[in-house]
Design a protein around this ligand. Structure first.
Ligand SMILES: C[S@@+](CC[C@H](N)C(=O)[O-])C[C@H]1O[C@@H](n2cnc3c(N)ncnc32)[C@H](O)[C@@H]1O
Length: 374
């Protein structure tokens, strides 16, 4: 089967690397990674991918320039595996440079084609998270029909029971940790932890816990669902768990944020390995540490206050850790340079509609790597 892991633009390489670690070679294209596989790969990727948004299965691809052709060709796709009388279905179409451009009419014709093939009218769902969601994409008159194997987007791990303002999506938090290269070797600290997403994702990474361990997926409702295979993959995953041996710490000035983080960590089952405290730039010292953080961007704070906060982050880090790498998000280079003149842009992506860069600055005994090596 042709499969596609959808990633946030800017994070495709992270997803490709994750696939590689699962033993799957993929091809990076804008917006995700194409790969091939079977039910095993569908289950495995949904269970393990931390940075992806969804895993899609390419059901069929054909040329269509008029609606009758669309219905005729779409009726040839193997719908029976993914659509049942019980399961509601949601069809979403997009169109670019194609004769068929009326997306509502395309959606309606695809539903008609399914009815023609299966002999019953599929129930329709209001939201993509329910039942089977189908994505129909027209580009240059080529129609690609995909089935969303994940159901609810993969960032919905199921542990976020509490949120404070501007939470980072779980898959973006995981991607920032993965890009940092940290896998649990030294303490990891988030001094602006909000709802705790970065420290929780870091704990799952260090413990080698699959992010999809406790959630449901669309493929579980399909006629071809192989429960034995799924249980086998869960057992394999549980055997791969690792002990987390370093401190993973989250701090926030807002007591409600800390309360939220504690609740979320408990739901994620990682409370024993991560600590949250209601402190701002605390007096803690470590020989080595990695900081991964999503500071306030200045949407709500005045610009000068935000700049002062970014400067304070670097002063604090340089004074409290002998060797420290800071990975942080910033909406612009000017603000990023407050953390260090040498701030290096690693990638950028959209976070809740704001394009943010992921930057890196490293200090050894209060000096940047560049100053030390000069
Ligand atoms: C963008 S949010 C972080 C969101 C977080 N990554 C999440 O997923 O929920 C920034 C956080 O920084 C905290 N904050 C602002 N100023 C602070 C300070 N001086 N010290 C510590 N935390 C601060 C805010 O309370 C807020 O929770």
């Amino acid at each position: 089967m042709e499969l596609f892991a959808v990633s946030q633009p800017g994070l495709e390489e992270v997803t490709a690397q994750e696939l590689k670690e699962l033993g799957i070679e993929g091809k990076v294209v804008p917006g995700g990674v194409e790969f091939e596989g079977n039910l095993r790969e569908i289950y495995l990727t949904n269970l393990w991918l931390r940075s992806a948004n969804r895993v899609l299965l390419r059901l069929c691809r054909f040329k269509a320039k008029h609606f009758a052709e669309l219905v005729r060709k779409a009726a040839k796709c193997r719908w029976e595996d993914y659509v049942t009388e019980k399961l509601p279905i949601k069809v979403r179409a997009t169109s670019k440079h194609s004769k068929l451009y009326h997306t509502k009419a395309i959606e309606e014709r695809v539903l008609r084609a399914i009815k023609e093939r299966l002999g019953f009218e599929p129930k329709t769902a209001k939201y993509e998270d329910e039942g089977t969601s189908v994505i129909v994409r027209f580009e240059n008159d080529v129609c690609t029909i995909s089935v969303n194997t994940s159901g609810a987007p993969l960032h919905k791990r199921g542990y976020r029971v509490c949120e404070v303002e501007a939470p980072l999506r779980e898959n973006l938090a995981a991607a920032t940790v993965l890009i940092s290269g940290w896998r649990g070797e030294v303490p990891l600290i988030d001094p602006f932890c909000g709802s705790g997403t970065i420290p929780i994702e870091a704990t799952l990474i260090a413990g080698n816990v699959p992010p999809g361990r406790n959630r449901k997926f669309a493929f579980m409702e399909w006629r071809n669902f192989d429960g034995n295979l799924w249980r086998e993959l869960l057992t394999e995953a549980d055997e791969k768990r690792k002990e987390v041996t370093v401190p993973i710490l989250g701090f926030d000035i807002d007591p409600q944020a800390v309360e939220c983080s504690v609740k979320n960590a408990s739901k994620a089952g990682v409370s024993d390995f991560v600590q949250f405290k209601n402190l701002s730039f605390p007096e803690i010292y470590h020989e080595k540490a990695v900081i991964v953080t999503n500071p306030p961007y200045g949407v709500r704070l005045p610009a000068r206050q935000t700049e002062a906060l970014y400067s304070r982050l670097s002063d604090w880090a340089a004074r409290h850790f002998k060797e420290v790498e800071i990975y942080f998000l910033s909406p612009n280079r000017k603000l990023a340079k407050r953390v260090g003149e040498t701030a290096e842009l690693l990638t950028y992506f959209s976070n809740g509609g704001i394009t943010v860069g992921l930057y890196r600055v490293a200090y050894i005994s209060g000096k940047t790597y560049q100053e030390v090596t000069e």
